[in-house]
Unconditional design. Sequence first.
Length: 234
Amino acid sequence: MEQHSHKKQCRQCKVEKSLEDFYNSKKGKFGKEAKCKSCMDIIASEWRKNNLDVVNAGQKRRAVRYKTKRKEAQKIWRKENAAKLNAKNMLRYAAKKQATPVWSDIKKIERIYIFAKAKENLTGIKMHVDHIIPLQSNTVCGLHVENNLQLLSAVDNIRKGNKLNEHIIGLQNQAQAAAEQSPMGPAGGVPPGAGAEGVTGTGAGTIGTGNVPQAGESEFSGTVGPAEAAGLGG
């Protein structure tokens, strides 16, 4: 059948359409498929519905290939950026060491990390031991103590990043405002006993306890507090 220079008839719906309405094909006439895009999309959709097992198997194979390629790429990147990673790890190590007070319970901290690994092995979900209050932040810095640790899935921890709980930031602002209104002035600090364990502020000394979320009460999902992890629950 004769075709116009810029049009072609679809073999499926028999409608004459612009060449732009056909997918490219090296073997097809005019370098296009015999069936238009709309008809081919419908055919492909029906095929997927009737062959879900094949589709799912294909998706799993692609996921495995992607994961393998990603691991290889990460391995190459780590090798090429070893110095940068070492510098970052050393900064993190130094911050953790400086943020670990003499009164912290090292054994309880170790038990939390052991629990995290056990849970990871049991569930198959990558777990991170996260600092509820980050060790390094422009607003407030936490301590490396058992009460400032929680378990998060790797996905949730990456999503959280180094962001602080908005509630805690609000408490810091309240503490700052209270200190400024105090007769002693901002330099007077916060009265003894008003600090939250494991948290140090940048404005008015330590953040008041108030309703500071305890471990396991983070707004981020998938958390497990140190009481559960270290067997400290009462």
